[in-house]
Write a protein that binds this ligand. Structure first.
Ligand SMILES: *Cc1c(COP(=O)(O)O)cnc(C)c1O
Length: 226
């Protein structure tokens, strides 16, 4: 037997992540079945994604509309029940394709995008699961609405645009304790009456589950390093 794993086994890694996620949820008194695991397949081709689909997994995340378009229509046709989540920033000129391709968008973060999504949903007769991205670290270079603007932006989405918003999403600053941001996002969602929380990545999905995440977005822990 070699000391080096010849190929990364995504199905094995997936099972491990699922078990750790369930443990973390139970530990915090949450129902493990209430946490959705989004397997983030960005940068990986169909050859890497197929074993995960074969293992029965159906929830996937991509961060680029263009990249998703090259991979997913064919995979979806072969594997019924796929649910595709856009977790990266959306440009308004890509909204039509995004609404066509995806079942959920986690990065609604400004009026222009919210309006474009609302228009496309009407045009296509489709309703996606939508999350408002919150810039919990108030980082100037980062996407997301500032926490103090979240309530007004939610009201705008609902009342002016007729958008149904499911919950909130965040990406904590890399150099800060994620737990602080997860606790903050959970409280903000509670205050706003929103039930879904998209938070937690490979390095911190257990912490996110402890704080009530309903969707975790896990890439490298399943597919290997990018
Ligand atoms: C890439 C990405 C992830 C997954 O990151 P990993 O560290 O590989 O798990 C999660 N969320 C967003 C928004 C991403 O862009």
């Amino acid at each position: 037997m070699s000391d080096h794993a010849p190929t990364h086994s995504a199905p094995t890694a997936l099972a491990d992540v699922k078990a750790r996620l369930a443990d973390a949820a139970r530990e915090a008194g949450h129902d493990p079945s209430a946490i959705h695991l989004i397997a983030v397949s960005k940068t990986f081709g169909a050859d890497a994604i197929l074993p995960v689909l074969e293992a029965g997994h159906r929830q996937f995340g991509e961060n680029r509309v263009q990249e998703a378009k090259t991979k997913w229509p064919e995979l979806r046709a072969r594997y019924p029940g796929v649910e595709l989540h856009l977790i990266g920033p959306l440009q308004s000129n890509k909204t039509r394709e995004a609404v066509e391709l995806f079942d959920a968008i986690h990065t609604v973060d400004r009026p222009k995008i919210a309006k474009a999504i609302a228009d496309e949903q009407t045009r296509q007769g489709k309703r996606l699961k939508l999350f408002i991205e919150v810039n919990t670290g108030e980082e100037s270079q980062k996407a997301g609405v500032m926490p103090k603007e979240a309530a007004a932006f939610l009201a705008h989405c609902r009342d002016d645009l007729g958008l149904e918003i499911a919950g909130l999403m965040c990406i904590p600053p890399v150099d800060e304790e994620p737990a602080v941001h997860f606790a903050f996002l959970a409280k903000l969602a509670r205050d706003l009456g929103l039930s879904e929380l998209s938070m937690g990545m490979s390095g911190d999905f257990e912490t996110a589950a402890n704080f009530g995440a309903t969707y975790v977005r896990v890439g490298s822990a399943i597919f290997g390093a990018r």
